[in-house]
Design a protein around this ligand. Structure first.
Ligand SMILES: Nc1nc2c(ncn2[C@@H]2O[C@H](COP(=O)(O)OP(=O)(O)O)[C@@H](O)[C@H]2O)c(=O)[nH]1
Ligand SMILES: [Mg+2]
Length: 256
């Protein structure tokens, strides 16, 4: 689908879900910068940060931020742990009618969140960003990761015949109806980053793409391990490929 539904009702509240594990070096900056930008642009919002058994001061920092700014809501994923499980827990807790999934390490730009919000309000079900189209870009992307990233996205683009070249990036925006329409979400790990957009596309929700920027983290350590994740990404892609071509539309969104 390539045109937005004619939805005139403006959205009421944007929930931002941020998974965080051992991010004491950057979590305050990420969340405060985001909160400031959204306040300046008059975007009604809540920021839900899901701490996943951090061994450092992440949780303590978050509880202090909450005392100062109640719209910053820390929750704990008591376990089982995992990037995907933490995001699903966050998605289960949102009060908004739209959601942006964002990283804790200051890689994603709060200004892009505002662009996402504006496009959702134009009626799109999903707004995806691409770092690899005209107007988008990356700073300091590790070479090996970039190579795998481009290969994986090339594979996905052709397998699903879609004009999207950055499916694997988690930083995307959805109406809540899309998240509900994609349940049950089954990826416990980083493969959730492809499950949600591919499911939304396969199930017939409308989507558009805008250029975004990304910069490498300045503190903490990157946790995505290609060795552990490769087969899981493949699994979820094949699951959704089977759904696309063999489920006869059984799971598609109900038309309004
Ligand atoms: N809740 C939770 N968050 C995680 C986990 N692993 C990574 N993250 C968060 O997910 C985001 C992306 O992780 P990051 O380490 O930057 O991944 P990379 O840059 O893709 O290697 C960051 O906000 C991390 O704090 C996890 O196991 N649980
Ligand atoms: Mg990162």
């Amino acid at each position: 689908m390539d045109s937005p539904e004619k939805i005139t009702e403006p959205l009421k509240l944007l929930s931002i879900v941020i998974p965080a594990k051992d991010e004491e070096g950057c979590i305050a900056s990420t969340v405060e910068h985001l909160d400031l930008e959204l306040n300046l642009r008059n975007v009604p919002h809540e920021i839900i940060v899901v701490d996943d058994a951090s061994d450092d001061q992440t949780w303590e920092i978050l509880t202090k931020l909450h005392e100062k700014t109640p719209g910053i809501i820390p929750i704990k994923n008591q376990g089982p742990n995992g990037f995907g499980r933490a995001i699903i827990k966050g998605l289960d807790s949102i009060n908004g009618d739209a959601v942006v999934i964002m990283m804790a390490d200051e890689s994603d730009d709060p200004r892009d969140v505002v662009h996402y919000w504006n496009l959702l309000n134009e009626g799109w079900d999903c707004v995806f960003g691409s770092r690899f189209m005209k107007g988008g870009g990356v700073i300091d992307y590790p070479f090996l990761k970039l190579t795998f990233n481009r290969m994986a996205n090339f594979f996905i683009k052709h397998l699903f015949r879609i004009k999207l070249n950055d499916t694997t990036n988690a930083f995307k925006a959805y109406r809540k109806t899309v998240i509900d329409g994609c349940r049950p979400l089954i990826s416990p790990h980083f493969n959730l980053t492809v499950e949600i957009p591919l499911k939304a596309i396969v199930r017939g929700f409308s989507w558009t793409v805008i250029p975004i920027t990304w910069k490498n983290r300045k503190s903490g350590v990157a946790k995505l391990k290609m060795k552990e994740m490769g087969s899981r990404y493949f699994f979820i892609c094949m699951y959704l490929w089977l759904e696309k071509y063999f489920s006869r539309g059984d799971y598609r969104r109900k038309q309004l």
